[in-house]
Design a protein around this ligand. Structure first.
Ligand code: R5P
Length: 264
């Protein structure tokens, strides 16, 4: 692996081999989602605890202070909306030249395996990898399920992750599933991070699935709504960070959450 690629990956994945990515790219197809109406304000208090932020070029340019030292994962696919016909009909929206201009440490694109536009999104990934490898830029593949959240089961996720790795993704983002998550990770020869999906009821539930995912081989998270849609986002990210980088248990993480929440 060339120095540039290694260096960019080392900015994303820390020395302990773990990573906490904070995604705020949701608006690219969902518009101003709850608590992300003003993305700059939302992420400002959270950034010190994130290893990288993931977002689109528009939000990066207009809402994020260029003085930040956090690496950027640039979302470069899109072209669909939540009210449109088919979320899988994505194309590459942002050039690699633009990613370099914006000093991105990585780019990300969604793949929709089993969807109507499976081939198109897999070719988006493949073509991006071809170009990004030329410049030493890692591509993170996002295994997307669109509205079909029930697709989040091991056999399907393992298929998506393996395909993403085969096509050259350097990191794969997927979902945690209770049954058989080890198979998802074991079948994928590149690092796997998990998303959180829609906000869940209790904080402990989040700490449990992040902890379990790490125990079963994920290197970390690319987790958004369950952090910044919380009433206590800083407490959430600090607790999740402890699970990822300090091997905290869900119980310990919950204690951290409660302490930060109550200002202790
Ligand atoms: C989807 O909108 C994006 O690709 C997100 O980056 C990804 O789903 C992770 O965010 P969350 O934890 O909110 O699902």
């Amino acid at each position: 692996m060339d120095w540039g690629m290694k260096n960019r990956l080392s900015r994303l994945i820390q020395r302990d081999g773990r990573a906490l990515f904070l995604p705020i790219d949701h608006g690219y197809f969902q518009g101003p989602v709850h608590r992300l109406e003003q993305p700059g304000k939302t992420v400002e208090p959270l950034l010190p605890y994130a290893d990288a932020i993931m977002l689109t070029r528009g939000i990066l340019r207009s809402c994020i202070d260029p003085f930040i030292q956090k690496p950027v994962i640039l979302r470069v696919s899109g072209g669909t909306s939540i009210i449109g016909e088919d979320l899988s009909n994505e194309e590459v929206t942002t050039s690699v030249k633009e990613a370099i201009r914006l000093n991105a440490s990585a780019v990300s694109t969604s793949i929709y395996v089993g969807s109507r536009y499976e081939h198109q999104t897999l070719m988006n990934l493949s073509n991006l990898v071809n170009e990004c490898e030329e410049y030493g830029i890692p591509v993170m593949a996002v295994t997307a399920v669109g509205r079909e959240l029930e697709k989040r089961e091991a056999r399907y996720l393992a298929l998506c992750c393996r395909i993403a790795a085969e096509l050259g993704a350097r990191v794969v983002k997927t979902y945690y599933c209770e049954k058989g998550f080890e198979k998802v990770v074991n079948g994928c020869p590149v690092p796997v991070v998990i998303a959180g999906g829609p906000k869940v009821e209790s904080e402990l539930e989040v700490f449990n699935f992040v902890y379990e995912a790490i125990q079963k081989g994920a290197i970390g998270v690319n987790l958004g709504r369950n952090i910044w849609q919380s009433d206590y986002p800083v407490a959430m990210i600090k607790a999740i960070r402890a699970i990822i980088h300090e091997d905290a248990t869900p119980k310990e993480a919950h204690q951290i959450f409660s302490d930060v929440k109550s200002g202790r």
